[in-house]
Design a protein around this ligand. Structure first.
Ligand SMILES: Nc1ncnc2c1ncn2[C@@H]1O[C@H](COP(=O)(O)OP(=O)(O)OP(=O)(O)O)[C@@H](O)[C@H]1O
Length: 230
């Protein structure tokens, strides 16, 4: 279980409270108005944003004071997930070894994971020589290889067209989620949540709500979701 225990985030006059749990192996969508704090909340779980109080726990392990690299967490951002000067294989290999000194077995694992996301044969290219969809696949391959149990997605597919975005969401479901990872995904599009999220948590009015089953939430949306959906 990923637990946010009395977590309080503050940034100038912005405040957000989070007291909730994420069930292991589920995909949870985070929905809420622009500026409500979705990205800041993910950053706090990943360790890039320091809370004023409260704790983040992964089962019995307290993460609150650990640096991002020591947390059992991978994060994908909207942009800049790949280093432009490294090849696709090197970018993906970083998920295994930051030094990039890979054994031949490890290099084989990079090839395998590239194949699993439909990028067989693309390992030698630089990211600039990939389409947007292929870049998203490469970034996802690195997360797959990094093998951390919690994966945070901050709208990494927002710039893709609807068909490609759906393909990537399905790939998240068939790779990360089906491997039992705990996925938290920010989205502005309720259809993304309906497509792959088991649960949805609403971020609004200074609070992250407890996740609720996606179909239950959209069948009978609370006032904060009605206000957001318009
Ligand atoms: N570097 C910063 N310094 C000060 N305030 C910031 C900074 N970054 C974000 N904020 C503020 O923190 C609040 C939460 O921002 P955040 O980006 O987490 O919201 P969000 O829900 O992810 O928004 P969006 O849906 O537009 O991406 C906003 O009020 C924003 O203006």
């Amino acid at each position: 279980m990923l637990i946010c225990d009395g977590l309080e985030l503050r940034q100038d006059d912005f405040e957000l409270r989070a007291d909730l749990q994420f069930v292991v192996g589920k995909v949870t969508g985070l929905i809420g108005p622009s500026g409500a704090g979705k990205s800041t909340f993910l950053s706090a779980i990943a360790g890039f944003f320091v809370p004023v109080s409260g704790r983040v726990l992964w089962d019995d392990m307290e993460l609150t004071r650990l640096s991002p690299s020591d947390r059992p967490v991978s994060m994908l951002f909207q942009d800049n997930n790949l280093f432009p000067h490294l090849t696709v294989a090197q970018n993906v290999g970083l998920g295994l070894r930051p030094s990039l000194r890979l054994s031949s077995t490890e290099a084989g694992r990079v090839e395998d994971v590239l194949e699993s996301v439909g990028l067989a044969g693309f390992g030698g290219r630089k990211p600039a020589a990939l389409s947007g969809g292929q870049q998203s696949r490469a970034a996802l391959a690195r997360v797959l290889l990094a093998d951390r149990p919690v994966v945070l997605l901050d709208e990494p597919f927002a710039a893709l067209g609807p068909r490609l975005k759906d393909e990537m969401l399905d790939l998240v479901k068939t790779t990360l989620a089906d491997q039992g990872r705990t996925v938290i995904m920010v989205t502005h599009d309720p259809n993304d949540a309906k497509r792959i999220a088991d649960d949805v948590a609403i971020v609004a009015d200074g609070t992250v709500s407890m996740p609720v089953a996606t179909n239950v939430l959209f069948d009978d949306p609370p006032p904060a979701l009605v206000a957001y959906l318009g």
